[in-house]
Design a protein. Structure first.
Lengths: 117, 112
């Protein structure tokens, strides 16, 4: 299994530019999570999809952030316009829809390191 | 308020000794408990999970759960320098709808 795939792995952009991060979950996984990680705030859940439907987006910091999951194998996280405080590592994770603890076990992609100048 | 607390460390342990990492959580409606390891510059990777009181062993790793005390720990026997990483504790709660609540992580350093 290829695992969770994220692109790009690194992104450097200037303040005000649009940034799009991409994620392909593990095949057969029905839940997808977008996280942001910084030294100051640790790992923060931004948004969570189940069966392509956004379930909880309470962690999305503001209207500049949006996420979509048009099908079971692809999701995007967009920041428009980007700001220096958005600089962080963005992780995508996926989990299976089975009963019990397997449903909750999340597998992470390699992350996208975003630097907004 | 659901919270998961970990000592940020760093926790320094000599090679070959037992490393003990601790995690407490604030809500009794908890279900499952996860330990992830994160090397610097890498993504979190699952070590093991536990959902029943008691111990669960996997190789050099042992997870210990005490729901009455709202406490979960991870023991690493025969610590190796390659175990040096940040260890994240995560907890799922009955109404969390498959979400995990994450601790801030404990940085572990194994000294040769």
């Amino acid at each position: 299994d290829a695992g969770v795939i994220q692109s790009p792995r690194h992104e450097v952009t200037e303040m005000g530019q649009e940034v799009t991060l991409r994620c392909k979950p593990i095949s057969g996984h029905n839940s997808l999570f977008w996280y942001r990680q910084t030294m100051m705030r640790g790992l923060e859940l931004l948004i969570y999809f189940n069966n392509n439907v956004p379930i909880d987006d309470s962690g999305m910091p503001e209207d500049r952030f949006s996420a979509k999951m048009p099908n079971a194998s692809f999701s995007t996280l967009k920041i428009q316009p980007s700001e220096p405080r958005d600089s962080a590592v963005y992780f995508c994770a996926s989990s299976q829809s089975l009963t019990g603890v397997e449903q909750e076990t999340q597998y992470f992609g390699p992350g996208t390191r975003l630097l907004v100048l | 308020q659901k919270e998961v607390e970990q000592n940020s460390g760093p926790l320094s342990v000599p090679e070959g000794a037992i490393a003990s990492l601790n995690c407490t959580y604030s809500d009794r409606g908890s279900q499952s408990f996860f330990w992830y390891r994160q090397y610097s510059g890498k993504s979190p990777e699952l070590i093991m999970f536990i959902y029943s009181n008691g111990d669960k062993e996997d190789g050099r790793f042992t997870a210990q759960l005490n729901k009455a005390s709202q406490y979960v720990s991870l023991l690493i026997r025969d610590s190796q320098p390659s175990d040096s990483a940040t260890y994240l504790c995560a907890v799922s709660f009955m109404d969390s709808n498959y979400q995990l609540i994450w601790g801030a992580g404990t940085k572990l350093i194994i000294k040769p």
